[in-house]
Write a protein that binds this ligand. Structure first.
Ligand code: COA
Length: 438
């Protein structure tokens, strides 16, 4: 059969495609913007056909309707990263988080620690050779497509075709459902005075010719806006957002000094607006590769002047970084933070820099101001980057380097970059904690 005949013979409606899901199946969704929202809606609408279907994914910007308490007999969420659609299910007890480094997800799928009956993805229409592109994602989804027993594809003409490991021949899919819709967008962060100051401090740690990793959240993308005077920056990153497009267009990011994949931006997924997705389409400067390659610290370390920039919810006096929980509440997941902190530390040229950048405080909706630098992490919180791996912490009040410092020196350096309103209180805690005068 020609690829066209294969494609035509496997085309069906969303309702027909999701009939291939059976009760008790494990279903994995394409990561982030690769989530096939049309197929997911059809699966949820047909809930009466299923009992105890487990749904898994990492970052999702979708509605997460399979986590509704009234559907818990039909669906159970068990994923690797919480977001707006799934946090509540974990809090209410009918959803679960599996702690796993992002880079391990494809390995765990390969070695059977994670097994999926069905994988549902969003892809571009086939090209002239009969290959569909997953466009915005390679991450874990590449392996999930290879390993799942059944693969259902939502074909969307708005999905870009990107280079790297994103293409699959039509014969690798069991059903195609043509459903065009705009890709989900994540808006760029609002950049205020604190973000600008953080960006400037981070910029002071970034040399011309550096290769950058940018983590998830508002701060890493905000940092990019302060890098307009740099030259020959490169990208080797788990994800990128719109800020990267500005710097490519300004000629700041050209990847010309990268020691690994010279001339190319290497990423595992895209999460931004239509502008980013259009930039990525058919752009040979960008390659998406699976996360077990991109986030492997030994691979990251091959990039000279590697700089990782990630964010945090809380940092304690010892430099322990909490980035995925607020007390016992699971807020997100480890993602690739630790992989890049370690990869930068191992950089073969010895010039790697890992930065945890965050505003000094967070202001809750009721006006409560909470210092993110604290004597101790909250009860029940999980450490994301531990005190042995952490290096630079940046707030809008400066830079505190952790490596090479004893515990008292770490605490002093952190209090110096805490919000001025809480410094006296933190100094008192310092005296109690270490039994010495400030
Ligand atoms: N105590 C209580 N609440 C806090 C808090 C603290 N110390 N710090 C932040 N919060 C609250 C904020 O008020 C905000 O609440 P809201 O949603 O009600 O407005 C919420 O937590 C999110 O905070 P914010 O600072 O806006 O987060 P962000 O979107 O910038 O993301 C992380 C920051 C740390 C959550 C995000 O970077 C993350 O998930 N990191 C882990 C994974 C990672 O680093 N991956 C890197 C490779 S991609």
């Amino acid at each position: 059969m020609s690829w066209r005949e294969i494609y035509e013979s496997r085309k069906c409606t969303a309702d027909e495609a999701v009939k291939l899901i059976k009760s008790n199946d494990n279903v994995i969704l394409g990561h982030c913007i690769c989530e096939p929202t049309g197929l997911v809606d059809a699966m949820v609408a047909n809930y009466e056909n299923y009992e105890n279907v487990t749904v898994a994914h990492m970052v999702s910007l979708g509605k997460g309707e399979y986590t509704k308490p009234e559907l818990k007999k039909h669906f159970r969420w068990e994923g690797f990263f919480c977001g707006g659609g799934t946090r509540k299910a974990v809090e209410e007890g009918h959803g679960d988080i599996i702690p796993v480094y992002f880079q391990d997800v494809p390995r765990w799928i390969r070695n059977g620690l994670l097994e999926y009956d069905v994988c549902m993805v969003m892809v571009s229409p086939p090209n002239e050779a009969g290959y569909c592109s997953m466009g915005v994602e390679s991450g874990y989804t590449y392996q999930a497509v290879k390993s799942a027993k059944i693969v259902l594809a939502q074909v969307n003409k708005n999905m870009p075709r990107t280079f790297g490991d994103t293409f699959f021949h039509v014969s690798e899919f069991d059903r195609f459902v043509e459903m065009d819709m705009p890709l989900v967008e994540s808006k760029p962060p609002v950049i205020g005075e604190a973000e600008k100051a953080i960006g400037k401090y981070c910029a002071s740690l970034i040399e011309d010719g550096a290769t950058l990793q940018l983590g998830i959240g508002a701060i890493p993308d905000a940092v990019l806006s302060e890098l307009k005077d740099k030259k020959h920056l490169g990208i080797h990153s788990e994800m990128i957002a719109d800020g990267v497009v500005d710097l490519v267009e300004a000629g700041v990011i050209d990847c010309s000094e990268k020691t690994l994949h010279n001339g190319k931006m290497i990423v595992t997924f895209l999460m931004g607006t239509k502008r980013l997705y259009e930039f990525a389409d058919n752009n040979p400067m960008l390659e998406l590769k699976p996360v077990d390659y991109v986030n492997d610290p030994a691979v990251i370390a091959k990039n000279n002047k590697m700089v990782s920039i990630n964010s945090a919810l809380q940092v304690d006096f010892m430099g322990q970084v909490v980035a995925c929980s607020i007390g016992t509440r699971q807020f997100s997941g480890v993602g690739g933070q630790v992989d890049f902190v370690r990869g930068a530390a191992m950089a073969e040229d010895g010039k790697g820099v890992s930065i945890i950048a965050m505003p000094s405080v967070t202001v809750k909706k009721d006006g409560t101001v909470i210092s993110k630098i604290r004597p101790y992490i909250d009860h029940g919180a999980a450490v994301t980057t531990n005190r042995y791996d952490v290096d630079y912490i940046v707030t809008e009040y400066g830079i505190a380097r952790m490596k090479g410092k004893n515990l008292k020196e770490r605490a002093r350096a952190l209090i110096d970059i805490a919000h001025p309103d809480v410094r006296e209180e933190l100094k008192e805690e310092f005296e109690k904690r270490f039994n010495v005068a400030w």
